[in-house]
Design a protein around this ligand. Sequence first.
Ligand code: HEM
Length: 135
Amino acid sequence: MSENLAYALTQVAHNFGAAAVLGGAVFALWPVLRLEYGRSFAWLILIGWGAQIASGAVFGLTSFYYYGEMPDLSRVAMAALAVKVAAAIVGFLLAAFYLARGREWDRVRVKHTFQALAALAAAALTAAAFLRWFS
Ligand code: HEM
């Protein structure tokens, strides 16, 4: 019971984080590039990636707490997890870099940054499906 609750509450943070990283990047770009809100979207995306890293780690800790070990993942699941972790770290750093330096960037560079953030989110969400069904 407490175990299911712990996983469910972690999943709540994880699901909203996933929505924020993809939704934030998509709405910064579509239907038009909204440069004037670029920093607001970037903050949302940064917090989203941070939430993914934190809640992903809590998933691991919860398994460790209840089972004393990490789940025995298949090779496909392991690769999918690696894609997620890499996407989360790169996405977090890219959003932070834009927030630190982006004021000096031209329109094209900002657009490419949000396109890269959207691609990272799509890669992580795709990997999430493989992690779920191959573990
Ligand atoms: C440090 C990075 C991450 C770790 C350690 C991590 C870990 C996990 C774990 C352990 C699960 C539960 C898997 C299962 O039910 O078998 C999960 C589910 C999920 N993760 Fe992540 N995750 C990370 C990053 C991300 C990112 C960046 C996204 C999306 C942008 C994401 C999206 C999802 C989704 C949608 C699920 C639910 C999958 C389903 O049940 O169908 N995760 N994650």
